[in-house]
Design a protein around this ligand. Sequence first.
Ligand code: GSH
Length: 216
Amino acid sequence: MITITTYSWVPPFAQGLVRDLRVRWALEEAGLPYRANLIAHPDRLSAGHVGKQPFAQVPVYEEDDLVLFESGAIVLHIGEKSEALLPKDAVAKARATQWIFAALNSIEQFVSNYVFLDAFYANEEWAKLRKPSAREQLVARLKQLSQRLDGRDYLEGQFTAGDLMMSSVLRIMRDSEVLDGLPNLAKYRARCEARPAFQKALADNMAPYAEHAPAA
Ligand SMILES: N[C@@H](CCC(=O)N[C@@H](CS)C(=O)NCC(=O)O)C(=O)O
C-alpha cells in the first residue's frame, strides 16, 4: 500500500496548501489507493523522518522499498503509472513533463519569493521594501505563462501532471489578488481545481486538521 507522510495539523494559513495535496491529487487522478501517515510538525526533525526526507519536510512517499521525497519527483513517479497524468506517447509525455519542471523551477520560486514576504515577514521593513520588485518579477513570469496558455484549457491541450503541478503552484497565491489581473490563469486554476480528483484530495488533505487542532 502506498503511504504518504504529512502533518496532522498546520496553522490555517497553510491548510489546503501543504504539498501532500499535490501527491494526493496525483494518486486520485491515477485511481491509486493510499494511506496517510500523519506526523506532528516537530516530528519532521526526528532521525527517522530525516532519514526519509533530508530537509525535514513533507511529503514523503513510500511504496514497497521505494522512499521518495520532493513533490515533483513523486508526481512524476505516479505519472508513470497512469495515462491520466502522463501520456504514453514519448513526445507528448516529454512535453507534459517539462511543465512539471517549469512549475517548480520557473514559476514557484517567484511565487514563493512574493507570498513569503507577507506570510512570514509582514512587519519587517526590508520585506516592505522588497515587495514591489518581487511582485514585478512574479507578474512578468505569470504574464509569460498566461500568453502561452492563450485560449487553451490546459497547457498541452489535455490535462496532465504538468497542469496538476502548475495549478498547485498558482494555488499558493490563493490569498493574494495577483491573478485578478490575469483572468485566464485564474480560470485555469479554477478549472484544474474543479476536477473531482482535486476535490477529493483537498477534502482528505483538510480532514485531519479538525481532529488534531491544538486545544484553544
Ligand atoms: N521542495 C519540496 C518542498 C517541501 C515543503 O516545502 N514542505 C513543507 C510543507 S508544504 C514543509 O514540510 N515545511 C516544514 C518546514 O519547512 O518547517 C517539495 O516539493 O516536496
